[in-house]
Write a protein that binds this ligand. Sequence first.
Ligand code: NAD
Length: 359
Amino acid sequence: MTKKIAVLPGDGIGPDIIAEAVKVLKKVEQKFGTSYQFDEYPVGGCAIDQTGEPLPADTLNACLASDAVLLGAVGGFKWDNLPGNKRPEAALLGLRKELGLYANLRPAIVYPSLVGASTLKEEVVSGVDLLVVRELTGGIYFGEHKRTTTEDGTEKAIDVLEYTRPEIERIVRLAFELAMKRRKKVTSVDKANIIETSRLWREVVAEVRKDFPEVEVDQQYVDNCAMQLVRNPKQFDVIVTENMFGDILSDEAAMLTGSIGMLASASIGAGNNAMYEPIHGSAPDIAGMNIANPIATILSAAMMLRFSFNQVKEADAIETAVAAVLEKGLRTGDLAVKGQPTLSTTEMGAAIIEELDRM
Ligand code: NAD
């Protein structure tokens, strides 16, 4: 059955990197006999220019009706002075909320050929292959935020941290299901020595793990986990945690791998809705120069095939093609060491397609 993909290129380098991901998906169709329908819609700054809104109703409705959303990036200098809810980035929050995307999945994989690109020692990062599963629609980011004064008139700010049992259960269960398809280890991260929501989190983990007896479970306090990620990242398979801890830890984990141009992500919801995007932004400093690294977007497309369409061998093929291209020493500017020849965005896309062709 044809899968409907809402394609949102966005701003800056977004259109360039999305074009390469779409070309790769078209090659997958040809090679594996899958079928995708690509429908393009404006989002972010370009949508503001066209309609006055960062997330026009037509775009949102198309995303709601799609089998998956593939997004480039949004934002740029031109729209930097607009108020918060009118900025291009407001579209991302709107999409997460309206599509009910409660889980953010960020793999951090250190490719053998890029091991030198990390700021950490080779022996620490080589072989790292972990997945951070972050709760995305609850916790302190979604609790009440307010200013008040104490009885003696001192100014005071309050942010409320809340989680319900079902909110925790669905994300923890997803993490265990994902671990079953990987190396069968879940590290649950919390601050249960102090925070009540974390104590509830631990109770839920204790319940859910009974359904996954094959999965090894480790529980770490968030401060320890932050340290373990740079001390011994190879111990991790799936890390599951609440919204704010996940925000911080997933950025830390991403940096183990070297370049931001390599990192894919998926945001998954309760129904069929899901959104796939690189973790980097619209890189206005290199927009229109055909030098952006398209790999993060191409790997996001692979995640879409794996998680939304259950097209596992197709996803594997894309990931293998990316690894093969890197193994050959082909590099976009962000990955190259000084003096190394570099490929343009379109050349890198073409090299990956050539690898797919050869399989
Ligand atoms: P950025 O990720 O766009 O860029 C940071 C640095 O990384 C820049 O030097 C850029 O050239 C480089 N870079 C990023 N992606 C690259 C790629 N694929 N290949 C090569 N180099 C790459 O972050 P920023 O500069 O802080 O933000 C720029 C704009 O993007 C802002 O408007 C910001 O709000 C927006 N943004 C959007 C998203 C998103 O759409 N999900 C995420 C982050 C930032």
